[in-house]
Design a protein around this ligand. Structure first.
Ligand code: GLU
Length: 277
């Protein structure tokens, strides 16, 4: 009997720890206006600091933003079902209704806006390169033309390399950024290119300490939006939630907590609807 009580108490503590970031005082199992319903949210599972699945739960800036937004929509943290949304799957997942919204380092652009709608933006990042710590050969985007690069299928990062940054580069496309890291370590590739926010998260991982560095190139503007199904009334509600998150300082706290450890120098909170070209 005693043992069972202890176990139940431990379970409660664990559940609270997992959902600690966004839960208010009214974090009850069936609390919230949505009762026992669930909300499905797409995030990345392998991007430390942004969206990461760990044995302790889901962590990162996108996770905290999504959890805050879900709360404003009437869902407690324990009513969220997290789904992995890889870069190439995001539009399809929204169109099919696999998820209610996506917060996954998802840049707003014209091509994507033909298929889905975006709330936000809620973060401004810039495309950069991650190289081995002893490599000083990349000083500008043109230098990438003679390099073996790795990026991800369906990302703006890969598309920008092809279209404008370095069309002559030898670009390998993988399904995830974490898949590129091994190649960078064993010299199968020269550089991993994507948003500086993502690269800072990888560079600061204990396993890679001192091995990689960012180029600091700021090659593009990546305006992160929250993707919803085209025409969804969620867009307006999410924008209201994001404005509140900035106003009540939760946005800055989430930045400091998640991107601070990687020493990421973030841009100020974007204004809703203001896309930096
Ligand atoms: N923000 C860029 C994009 O939406 C790169 C990061 C990613 O692939 O998630 O494509």
């Amino acid at each position: 009997m005693k043992l069972r009580k202890v176990t139940a108490a431990t379970a409660v503590v664990l559940a609270l720890a997992v959902s600690a970031t966004a839960c208010g005082k009214d974090d009850k199992k069936d609390g919230g206006s949505s009762g026992g319903k669930k909300i499905k949210i797409g995030i990345k599972f392998d991007q430390p600091g942004l969206g990461q699945k760990t044995p302790q739960g889901y962590t990162g800036f996108d996770v905290d933003v999504a959890t805050y937004v879900a709360k404003e929509l009437g869902y407690n943290a324990d009513q969220i079902e997290w789904k992995e949304s890889k870069s190439m799957d995001r539009e399809t997942m929204l169109q099919r209704g696999d998820v209610d919204f996506i917060a996954a380092t998802y840049s707003i652009n014209d091509e994507r806006e033909k298929k889905v709608d975006f709330a936000g933006p809620y973060l401004l990042a810039h495309q950069d390169v991650l190289v081995r710590a002893d490599d000083n050969s990349i000083k500008s985007p043109e230098d990438l033309n003679s390099k073996k690069l790795c990026s991800v299928t369906g990302s703006t990062s890969a598309q920008n390399v092809h279209d404008k940054l370095a069309p002559k580069a030898n670009l390998q496309e993988y399904p995830t950024y974490s898949a590129c890291l091994t190649g960078l370590q064993n010299k199968a590739i020269d550089a991993l290119t994507t948003d500086d926010s993502i690269l800072a998260g990888y560079a600061s991982q204990a396993a890679f300490k001192g091995k990689f560095k960012l180029g600091g190139l700021k090659m593009t503007n990546e305006n992160y939006g929250i993707g919803v199904k085209k025409g969804s009334d969620l867009k307006a509600k999410i924008n209201t939630a994001l404005e509140k998150m900035v106003a009540d300082k939760s946005w800055q706290q989430a930045v400091d907590k998640n991107l601070g450890p990687a020493n990421y120098k973030n841009e100020p909170a974007p204004k809703i609807g203001n896309i930096v070209k």
